[in-house]
Design a protein around this ligand. Structure first.
Ligand code: PAJ
Length: 283
């Protein structure tokens, strides 16, 4: 496994490999790797000759109030995981190489970036889209792998790739969950044992929605009310949003039909957790 720190070196290595016909699978991450990330690495390994993982806590997607400094950075553990998974290249750039002095070009996926998580995190998806496009330009992967856990992020990246004719195939892999259904996240370590208990309510609320939909309920606001009621029973939970939207444009649905996304963000103590369920209803 090669660890590479500068964009130029990585581009040089990969260009050579690509010219010899090797396919490249790429997984962008911010490190603190867990089974969710590893599932993406395994998918890339299966489908490509070369697997590239980036580990970069991207300052452009954090607001000044967010946890950039506090974000976990267990680098040695991450590298051990990557070695074990037989990753070929780990890209570990420095912030000053990704955003050198004078940096002033950003990618904005308008509309989609302002909805759901974009409301509480203005500028977040601009930071995500910009760094992902930069990675795509440096790495030129055939396929890039993202998690359903961050559904809005995946939808935004798909839109960006389509709109800007970026020649990368996007694959979205299922959410990996821990005991009780909590979606794995690098931020879960911030929670206390009691908060961990309460955090299971996100998955429970999604399951409640599924049961209601399977029972024939289609009225989005009634489903949202029932989900909120369940979440509000938990002492440490504070709802940021619970939404049922069209999975294509992320606009709210009154009546559930077609491709829909049920997404929620809940603060458990100081930790903001997200989860979602994406489904399709053929009337
Ligand atoms: P990060 O939170 O490290 O996540 C990296 C990738 O792992 C994302 O595509 C995310 O959706 C996926 N992932 C996280 N938890 C998962 C889980 N429980 N199951 C399946 N996949 C999971 O997302 C980012 O980093 C950044 O925004 C990034 C795309 C790297 C840009 O900086």
């Amino acid at each position: 496994m090669k660890i590479i720190k500068t964009p130029e070196t990585l581009s040089r290595y990969l260009k050579k490999l690509k010219s010899r016909g090797n396919s490249i699978g790429f997984i962008p991450t911010m490190g603190a790797l867990h089974e969710g990330h590893l599932s993406l690495i395994r998918a890339a390994r299966q489908e490509n000759k070369i697997t590239v993982v980036s580990i970069f806590v991207n300052p452009a997607q954090f607001s000044p109030k967010e946890d950039l400094k506090k974000y976990p950075r267990p680098l040695n553990k991450d590298l051990t995981f990557c070695r074990k998974e037989k990753v070929d290249y780990v890209f570990l750039p420095r912030a000053k190489d990704m955003y050198p002095e004078g940096f002033s070009t950003y990618t904005c996926v308008e509309g989609l970036s302002e909805r759901l998580c974009g409301r509480a995190r203005p500028g977040h998806f601009r930071g995500v889209a910009t760094i992902v496009l930069k990675f795509f330009n440096i790495i030129r992967p055939d396929t890039a792998y993202f998690g359903q856990k961050d559904a809005q992020q995946a939808i935004i990246i798909r839109r960006m790739v389509k709109d800007l004719n970026v020649p990368v195939k996007i694959k979205v892999m299922p959410t990996v969950r821990g005991e009780g259904g909590l979606a794995l996240s690098s931020r879960n370590i911030y929670m206390s044992a009691l908060e961990m208990q309460d955090s299971l309510v996100l998955f429970k609320a999604l399951n409640l929605a599924k049961v209601l939909i399977n029972g024939g309920l289609r009225n989005a606001s009634r489903i949202i009310s029932r989900m909120k009621e369940l979440i509000n029973r938990k002492q440490h939970a504070k709802i940021d949003f619970v939404a049922i939207v069209d999975a294509r444009d992320l606009k709210p649905l009154k009546t559930i039909s077609g491709d829909y996304l049920i997404a929620l963000a809940v603060r458990i103590g100081k930790t903001r957790l997200i989860d979602n369920f994406q489904g399709r209803l053929l009337i």
